[in-house]
Design a protein around this ligand. Structure first.
Ligand SMILES: [Zn+2]
Length: 429
């Protein structure tokens, strides 16, 4: 049954509770004895880096029991077989940088979070790392999804970003993560952990979009970031650092953070120092979207020029990181652009030099490792959650196939199946 909170939201919208009660996402947990076989023309073997033709995935309860060429996957007695035809299977995608339920303190905020979560899931993103919202809305959203009250991706949540007064994290999170010194920063981390944080975010320096003026921008001291890292790591949580330029990245790396978010102004020396130490989550598509919106709305030329410069700087920076061998994790900063368009990041990553296979790994095995969830998600291997998507066409040849997800299964439950809907043989450009 939907909780009282969800019922109130439904009543506010004039929707009958039964509209949700019939949704498979709100059914009981997957029957552990239920066995299903998904058959499809192909499957991306993320680890092996190839397309497996005529593939099958055996799902038992909410987990993958076997996956591979159909001839290698035995069909157990009583298993239901679902043939997805010409589709290509992949593990559910992971977006390691989103902001679901952003602005939840605004009127309609919590409901907006539920719609965003649903759009994200139906776009094939079965797992996300939510790097902050306001009013603890991401924690509430995650709990509602985990309680099966609403459909949405598996979430790790950061609560809010930590940083000094007046700087980026302080401004965008309404002062909820304000910290003037290492002691206050440690107190914030403890407060967020108590509130339910799975990951900790700190703003090391640089604006939301990169600009030349940000190269030396440092929002907080190495000592403050180290204090955040020490408390988070002692609790078994990783730390994501918003950082654009070399100075901020250097501080964050010395302090021991686990990932650099954005990294729009990296230079060769910074790339070298990141290699093997921290992952980069580039978030490039948002800059295309912002520029497109500004052009559409006829923004002043100075604003357009700043956006064009920021976009060019970020693309050059991420290209440098890719060529320099920095491990890339897929992340978008969704909320800057509409939730559900997350997969548009793939084509941009490929444009700046990431091979399609590596872009897919960024959103599956790499992102799972960044989240410490490699034993749960990010591959179709026995014991992982049965989070499976299907697309039309081979994404190893045309990465934009991932922008049109036809089938979504999360934990053995089918949320979307449009594989029988007629469509073009290949994805339109
Ligand atoms: Zn962000």
């Amino acid at each position: 049954m939907p909780s009282a909170r969800v019922l109130l939201l439904l009543l506010a919208l004039g929707l009958p509770a039964a509209a949700f009660a019939g949704n498979p996402a709100q059914g009981g947990p997957a029957d552990p004895a239920r066995k299903r076989i998904l058959r499809a023309a192909g499957m991306v073997d993320v680890r092996g880096g190839r397309l497996v033709a005529d593939a099958a995935v055996l799902v038992e309860g909410d987990k993958v029991a076997a996956a591979g060429p159909a001839t290698d996957v035995a069909v157990p007695p009583g298993a239901e077989v679902t043939d997805l035809g010409a589709a290509v299977l992949l593990p559910g995608l992971i977006d390691a940088h989103v902001h679901l339920a952003w602005g939840a303190s605004q009127p309609g905020g919590p409901l907006q979070g539920t719609q965003e979560a649903r759009a994200t899931l139906l776009a094939g993103f079965t797992t996300v790392r939510n790097l902050g919202s306001t009013s603890r809305a991401d924690v509430a959203l995650k709990r509602a999804i985990d309680a099966r009250e609403i459909p949405g991706p598996r979430m790790q949540v950061a609560v809010a970003g930590i940083g000094p007064e007046g700087k980026v994290c302080d401004r965008v999170f309404g002062g909820e993560g304000r910290a003037a010194d290492p002691e206050e920063a440690a107190a914030r981390v403890r407060e967020f952990l108590a509130a339910g944080a799975d990951v900790i975010k700190v703003c090391a320096g640089g604006g939301v979009a990169p600009s030349e003026a940000d190269r030396e921008a440092c929002e907080c001291s190495e000592a403050l970031i180290r204090s955040v890292v020490e408390v988070a790591h002692a609790a078994g949580r990783k730390v994501a650092a918003h950082a654009q330029g070399p100075a901020a990245v250097a501080n964050a790396l010395r302090a021991g953070v686990d990932s650099i978010e954005h990294g729009g102004l990296l230079d060769a020396a910074t790339v070298e120092s990141m290699k093997g130490r921290a992952f980069l989550v580039p978030t490039l598509y948002r800059l295309d979207w912002l520029l497109g919106e500004a052009e559409r709305k006829g923004a002043p030329e100075a604003r357009l020029q700043a956006l064009r410069t920021g976009r060019a700087l970020a693309r050059e920076s991420v290209g440098l990181a890719i060529r320099g061998g920095v491990r890339i994790d897929f992340g978008t900063d969704a909320t800057v652009f509409p939730h559900g368009e997350n997969a548009r990041e793939f084509a941009v990553l490929v444009e700046v030099g990431l091979a399609p296979l590596e872009a897919i790994r960024a959103a599956t095995s790499n992102a799972a490792a960044l989240m410490g969830w490699e034993d749960r998600v990010g591959s179709l291997e026995p014991g992982r959650f049965a989070d499976v998507i299907a697309v039309r066409g081979n994404p190893l040849e045309d990465i934009r196939a991932l922008e049109h997800v036809l089938f979504v299964m999360k934990g053995g439950e089918v949320l979307l199946d449009e594989t029988r809907t007629p469509g073009p043989a290949s994805v339109p450009r």
